[in-house]
Design a protein around this ligand. Structure first.
Ligand code: THG
Length: 619
């Protein structure tokens, strides 16, 4: 994939460092004004199409191209620097409602061509104000992390793979048609967006030019959550993996109502920030009443507050609204992209930020069939409700992440992983924390990553099968947008001395950061907690080896984290929980001192604060 040096992208960057750029307004509102009928939507080309086509706005790029060009022109005349292609529903999933899914390539290619031609006309007549085209990719009409059936919360009407494939097809046609950037917008379900980013990355791998990606999320109500329940900050951590050019918020709320969420986003996003709100909140008929001046007023405030790099309009906005926006942002300083500290940032519905002085992070281990007989029994007997209670308990008792593992001989682990993660997604008191997707089988890990809208963690990869597999899996994890645990394991076996642990982790760090492009803060090393006091002399130094390796890794492998499976330590004392807990407490005391950031633990036993345990006993 070419780097960010294409001349169009550098023109765009130059313009953005200079001023706040103006995006166009709604396409739908404008199309409505033409009062097109069924025959207009069909034109000659689709006169025989079996189902009604009126309302399929995306098709108009093929049947009424002059109308679409005229709308683009109206927005460019009102001062827009960037126009969006008429392709919001131009994906195979949405188009299948009209039986036009086979037209996706044509629709997007033509829409991109029309917009690019009109933009080029304006650039030619006013070269100091270059105009750009964003290829619009809407959310589709299905949600990947929510069930449409209230009686079956684990059901999904669309898969990650279908979404990724559909978005890839659309993105490819938009790029071939000449767009300058891709805008994945009105994201109400972050998992749909992650699938879009996954599909787009596949397309960009084979693309001969650099195409920046822009994502715009949708906050659906005043509580500040997406429809799928994420906070703005959690949403940003979920999508930040893709090296986004710009991130923003659009639709659902009016400008005023978006302000607090835009403040949040602007503070954490180390890239350009955009906003294209609706013309106020909808009236009782679903229409929008805000006048251009009313619309522009809060936007002027945003600009004064230094929150904006790109601003435009969504539902209900017209060229008059965009002209008013252009008038209030002219001459105002654009937002300066902040330098953000390289810290590990994970998310469920809520963000989890790991500072180097953070308290120790507990990863709940009871949702592993290999780690808890009770959980294993619940899953193998099909009692998923009971299994969800185990997860809920972990979180209630202080687990800041939960590790889910379904590796059990009698189970279809992939199916069990998918089913359980889909059920968790419907439980906000569980899914507020990031998920650690745990399996020794790569296909189970991949299936799990396709079910989580947050930024999760893979447990685990290693150099066990050599560099090629390691690199391939790490690249995939990066494309899914997750962090990963890396075990101190190589072609020779599992490391048990300080030297071997440090050597393997150092080698893995080099490969991940230099060859795969992994961010160091997305790497969590696990230098192997082994059982001590087993009766075998050489096992007695295992805990000390872990502690020393931990200290060394924290000193030398910048920004990476260290984790470990604490309960391994006391395997020789299974059944004697009093001894086990005492050993874990002593070990954690030293390990946390040595820099251990997080551990896989039995959350209720070892890690809840006293207050939490009292609360629990009081119930
Ligand atoms: N590193 C990473 N992942 C890991 C480990 C690690 N995953 C697995 C394991 N090690 C950590 N998890 C556990 C979970 C439970 C137990 C030990 C390690 C355990 N369970 C009780 C037992 O077997 O006695 C179960 C008792 C019960 O059934 O309730 O000890 O090191 N990355």
């Amino acid at each position: 994939m070419p780097v960010d040096s294409d001349s169009r992208t550098s023109q765009l960057r130059d313009a953005l460092s200079d001023r706040i750029l103006v995006l166009d307004g709604a396409m739908g509102t404008m199309i409505q004004q033409y009062a097109l009928d069924e025959a207009d939507f069909r034109a000659e080309r689709f006169s025989d199409h079996a189902v009604p086509l009126k309302g399929n706005n995306d098709l108009l790029s093929l049947t009424q191209p002059d109308t679409i060009a005229a709308i683009h022109r109206a927005y460019l005349e009102s001062g827009a620097d960037i126009i969006e292609t008429n392709t919001f529903n131009g994906n195979s999933i949405s188009q299948s409602d009209y039986g036009t899914e086979s037209l996706v390539r044509d629709i997007n290619f033509e829409a991109a061509r029309i917009a690019s031609e009109v933009a080029a006309e304006f650039t030619a007549s006013e070269p100091t104000k270059p105009r750009f085209v964003a290829g619009s990719l809407g959310p589709t009409n299905r949600t990947a992390s929510m069930s449409p059936d209230v009686n079956d919360p684990g059901f999904r009407s669309v898969t990650f793979d279908l979404l990724a494939q559909s978005y890839a097809e659309q993105a490819k046609a938009l790029i071939d048609g000449g767009v300058d950037l891709l805008l994945v917008e009105t994201v109400f379900d972050t998992l749909n967006c992650k699938a879009a980013l996954f599909g787009i990355k596949d397309v960009l791998k084979d693309c001969d030019r650099y195409v920046p990606i822009w994502v715009s999320g949708t906050i659906v109500d005043a509580s500040g959550r997406t429809l799928s329940g994420q906070t703005t900050e959690a949403f940003w951590y979920s999508v930040n993996q893709a090296g986004l050019f710009c991130v923003g918020l659009n639709c659902a709320l009016g400008a005023k109502e978006l302000r607090p969420h835009l403040d949040d986003l602007s503070a954490v996003a180390e890239t350009f920030v955009s906003c294209h709100p609706n013309a106020g909140l909808p009236n009782e008929f679903g229409g929008y009443d805000q006048t251009p001046d009313e619309f522009a007023e809060p936007i002027e405030e945003f600009a004064r507050g230094g929150l904006l790099n790109i601003v435009g309009g969504c539902c209900g906005t017209t060229p008059a609204h965009i002209a008013a926006v252009a008038a209030v942002v002219v001459g105002k300083e654009p937002r300066r992209v902040p330098e953000i500290e390289p810290l590990t940032r994970l998310s469920g519905l809520e963000p989890l930020l790991v500072r180097h002085d953070s308290l120790f992070i507990n990863i709940g281990e009871r949702t592993k069939v290999t780690g808890s007989r009770r959980f294993a029994q619940l899953i193998t007997s099909g009692d998923y409700e009971g299994a969800l209670d185990v997860a809920r308990q972990q979180v209630a008792n202080g687990a800041q992440m939960i590790d889910v593992n379904m590796d059990e001989g009698l189970l279809d682990s992939k199916e069990a992983m998918v089913r359980f993660l889909n059920l968790i997604a419907a439980e906000p008191d569980i899914s507020r924390v990031p998920i650690v997707v745990d399996s020794s089988k790569w296909e189970v890990i991949e299936a799990g990553l396709k079910c989580i809208q947050g930024k999760g963690v893979v447990n685990s990869i290693s150099l066990k099968e050599g560099e090629a597999t390691f690199i391939e899996q790490a690249a995939k994890i990066k494309q899914y947008g997750a962090a990963t645990i890396v075990m101190a394991f190589d072609e020779e076996g599992q490391a048990d001395t300080v030297e071997r642990k440090v050597e393997i982790c150092t080698r893995a760090y080099g490969i991940l950061t230099e060859q795969v492009g992994f961010k160091p803060e997305d790497i969590i090393f696990d230098p192997n907690v082994f059982a001590v006091a087993t009766g075998i002399e050489e096992h007695n130094r295992y805990a000390i080896a872990y502690l020393e390796a931990c200290r060394n890794i924290k000193e030398t492998l910048d920004h990476s984290l260290v984790s470990g499976g604490v309960s391994n330590l006391s395997f020789a004392f299974r059944g004697n929980n009093t001894v086990r807990e005492a050993m874990h407490a002593a070990f954690l005391y030293h390990a946390i001192n040595a820099g251990m950031d997080m551990g896989i633990v039995n959350a209720p036993h070892y890690t809840s604060s006293n207050r939490r345990r009292c609360d629990q006993q009081g119930k």
